[in-house]
Design a protein around this ligand. Structure first.
Ligand SMILES: [Zn+2]
Length: 414
């Protein structure tokens, strides 16, 4: 068992930077979603602050590590995107959720920004709060340590306010920024950081983690790791009860696209919009669909259900389901492309759907499929940004069916 589900090779890189005395320069960890950037940064922070490195274990942590693990260490600060008005209670709820699930991602993660904060009373997730924190002397550890999640979502004012601190972190403070990539980041921020890249998890390593965290057998874990392509958050979500139900819906959707069944596709868009279980599910599956997300909502304090809080409200649950559905469709389309390109050498990532995908891929052109994949990804992003689910899915289905028909007509014409 580990303190945090971190990436050993990346941690070793950070230790190297530490040993060579270069920690005074902020570190930027870049890697795709679910690659373990945050857990590795938090593990590194915990180790830096640990008061008895030889004796400290996850089962019997020292006082410093116990505080670090509960986000209560006075010298370790984590900030990330948060909606306006996010307060100390919200922060406590968020940290409780992150403790329970190391891959927890709040419903506002893709819409909120890291703000500069009020000059008198900056909120707990703001850059002004971070700067004040770093300017104070450490209480317990040798230095103060700050982790900034999703640093591409620093808004302009926050980024500018942060520059001087990044140039010269006060009192040997350690600053670790996390980002999925460097596009869109201010060059003035990038030039002040040393970048360390984090690759997606190797399947075997991710399967080990899933076995440990979720108590599943290795075969199940490997299958989830394989479908998730190295994204630990996605792999963990694949182990949830909702996955077979979303997969069944996505497979039906793919078949309607193949058959040109516009009516069923339109009904599905409407059902996803209204948050009712898709009509193709049986009673048990519909119950799983209706129960999705409800469990998490009960554990988190006074704001549960509010759009600003940490617990997902009904709208966030609808959005989560629509995003999952799009992610499955992305997977099925990329499988269809692989099936076309590789022929007999194709190793299906979703073996039970291999025949359906083969049928779908025949009579399709690779470049149309590629364009469709980009469209589905864009639709997923728009849903994540809170646009109208029903409209997005209805338009997407129409386009995908149009393209399938165009491919077929072209094929018959030759
Ligand atoms: Zn310790």
């Amino acid at each position: 068992m580990e303190f945090y589900p971190h990436r050993p090779a990346v941690l070793e890189r950070l230790e190297q930077i530490h040993r060579s005395g270069r920690l005074g320069q902020p570190v930027l960890l870049t890697g795709p979603d679910g690659s373990g950037k945050e857990a590795t940064a938090l593990e590194f922070a915990r180790r830096l602050a640990c008061v008895s490195p030889g004796a400290c274990t996850p089962g019997a942590p020292c006082e410093s590590c116990a505080k670090a693990l509960t986000f209560q260490h006075p010298d370790i600060l984590w900030i990330g995107p948060a909606p306006a008005g996010f307060d100390e209670d919200d922060a406590r709820a968020l940290f409780a959720a992150k403790q329970e699930d190391p891959f927890f991602r709040p419903p506002f993660a893709s819409t909120a920004f890291v703000a500069i904060g009020d000059s008198e009373h900056p909120g707990p997730m703001t850059v002004r709060h971070l700067i004040r924190f770093l300017q104070q002397h450490p209480f317990q550890a040798e230095r103060r340590i700050a982790v900034v999640a999703d640093s591409r979502r620093l808004n302009q004012a926050a980024a500018n306010a942060f520059l001087k601190t990044l140039e010269e972190p006060p009192g040997g403070a350690v600053i670790i920024l996390l980002a999925t990539g460097t596009e869109g980041m201010l060059p003035t921020i990038l030039s002040r950081c040393q970048e360390v890249r984090v690759n997606p998890w190797p399947d075997g390593e991710l399967a080990d983690l899933l076995c440990e965290l979720h108590g599943v057998d290795r075969e199940t874990a490997l299958a989830a790791a394989n479908v998730a392509a190295g994204d630990a958050r996605r792999a963990a979500s694949l182990l949830q009860d909702i996955t077979p139900v979303v997969r069944k819906t996505a497979l039906a959707w793919l078949d309607w696209i193949r058959l040109g069944n516009r009516g069923y596709a339109a009904i599905l868009a409407d059902e996803m919009h209204r948050g009712v279980p898709p009509h193709i599910l049986d009673a048990d599956e519909a119950a799983v669909w209706k129960g999705h997300g409800k469990k998490g909502a009960s554990r988190k304090g006074h704001r549960s259900g509010s759009a600003d809080g940490v617990a997902p409200g009904a709208a966030a649950i609808r959005r989560d389901l629509a995003i999952r559905l799009c992610e499955w469709l992305v997977l099925l389309y990329s499988e269809a492309m692989k099936c076309r390109e590789l022929g007999d050498a194709w190793r299906p990532r979703v073996p039970e759907a291999a025949d359906l995908i083969r049928g779908f891929a025949s009579g399709r052109a690779t470049n149309t499929l590629l364009g469709d994949l980009e469209r589905i990804e864009a639709c997923r992003g728009d849903i994540d940004r809170n646009l109208n689910i029903g409209l997005l899915l209805a338009v997407l289905s129409e386009e995908l069916i149009d393209h399938a028909e165009t491919d077929r007509t072209r094929l018959q014409g030759t």
